[in-house]
Design a protein around this ligand. Structure first.
Ligand code: MN
Length: 297
């Protein structure tokens, strides 16, 4: 008998989010990191901010803080954020916009609700992903990519049952416009009831789904994953299968995120993620002495 590679990935585990306060005190749902699950190489963190309906002047953000050694990827679904950083970038993030910030050697930035949005209140919903940088890239000059919703490629199946917004990688023969340092897949799928997708993700990639809304059936065994859960796929095949049950009451909205593991030591301390403890001490020293710059309003 010939043993053939299994092309379909199974589900390796389903992870619940924990609720935690970030920045000036806004609530996020976070599948990782937590004590039992510190990273999912090359990913360091996933936060879902909201969805929350804010009253006027209730919105809180993350005032000036540094990053070194990785990338922050912010995807806004509802509401509006303002970004400023020590490299002189000023950004306004509206629904559907993506900001891919490569902190590299160091950036100080602020991530705040936009002033007018804060005044009026409204629904806020966003996702932040931290993508680790390989050792060779940790001290590169910072890079800032801000891609408005209109420039994010969108594809749909012929029957209209599946829509995908291609933030990184490729899906339904549609390629992303964002440039990543290491190969990353970041897809936002919406599946109508009864729809199924089979998305190819090379076997060497670590892959997971995160459910934004609804409930789906994942992998070969059709395991159920729901709103706020992270579904980890095993590295036992290429194709990821996800379905929204035919009798579902709502569309299934999810992110499919994957990347090639770096397999390097990870030493993290708050906003700094390096390979050694000495590099962390250096990062703290560089920040305290102003060598990551500051925001010039
Ligand atoms: Mn930040």
């Amino acid at each position: 008998m010939t043993v053939q590679a299994q092309p379909l990935r199974t589900v390796a585990g389903i992870v619940n989010s924990v609720e935690t306060l970030e920045g000036a005190g806004f609530l996020v749902r976070r599948p990782f990191p937590k004590s039992s699950f510190s990273e999912f190489d090359p990913f360091l963190l996933l936060d879902e901010l909201g969805p929350i309906d804010l009253k006027p002047n209730q919105a809180k953000g993350a005032p000036d803080h540094p990053h070194r050694g990785f990338e922050t990827v912010t995807y806004i679904l509802d509401g509006r954020l303002e970004h400023q950083d020590s490299e002189g970038h000023t950004g306004h993030l509206n629904p559907g916009d993506v900001q891919w910030m490569t902190a590299g050697a160091g950036v100080v930035h602020s991530e705040m609700p936009e002033a007018e949005f804060t005044r009026t209140g409204g629904r806020l919903h966003g996702i932040q992903l931290w993508v680790n940088l390989p050792q060779r890239d940790k001290m590169i000059p910072p890079r800032y990519q801000e891609i408005p919703a209109a420039q994010i490629p969108v594809a749909q199946t012929e029957d209209g049952s599946v829509t995908v917004r291609v933030i990184a990688g490729e899906a339904l023969d549609t390629k992303a416009v964002i440039k990543t340092r290491t190969p990353i897949v970041y897809l936002h799928f919406t599946l109508q009831p009864g729809a199924t997708i089979v998305q190819s993700v090379p076997q060497e990639y670590n892959a997971f789904a995160y459910v934004l809304e609804g409930s789906g059936l994942f992998g070969t065994a059709q395991e159920r994953g729901e709103d706020g859960q992270m579904i980890i796929f095993a590295q036992d095949g290429e194709d990821v299968t996800i379905a929204n049950a035919a009798d579902a009451q709502q569309p299934l909205d999810l992110l499919l995120i994957a990347g090639v593991p770096l397999n390097e030591p990870v030493v993290r301390y708050g906003p700094f993620v390096m390979n050694t403890k000495a590099e962390i001490i250096q990062a703290i020293d560089d920040y305290r002495n102003g060598r990551m710059g500051k925001i010039h309003a």
